[in-house]
Design a protein around this ligand. Structure first.
Ligand code: ZN
Length: 76
């Protein structure tokens, strides 16, 4: 089982964790509401977990340009 992080805005792969022993609790997923979990966490057919997050580039861009929040995808 692996956990993959992807940027919601630019689609960049932020990173992966390849460990069988990771529980959702250790990722902080239990702190999410059900709605957030539905939006951010996806399981694929091989059992991998895909988490939608935000990469450092987009985080920075959003902080500098808050109006970008209205766009789903940013072009770097
Ligand atoms: Zn990004």
């Amino acid at each position: 089982m692996a956990i993959h992080y992807h940027c919601h805005h630019c689609g960049t792969k932020i990173g992966s964790i390849d460990k069988a022993s990771i529980h959702s609790e250790s990722l902080g997923l239990h702190k999410l509401t059900d709605q957030e979990r539905l939006e951010m966490v996806a399981y694929d057919s091989s059992g991998d977990i895909h988490i939608t997050a935000i990469c450092e580039d987009c985080q920075e861009a959003l902080e500098r340009n808050p109006e970008y929040h209205q766009y789903d995808f940013l072009i770097h």
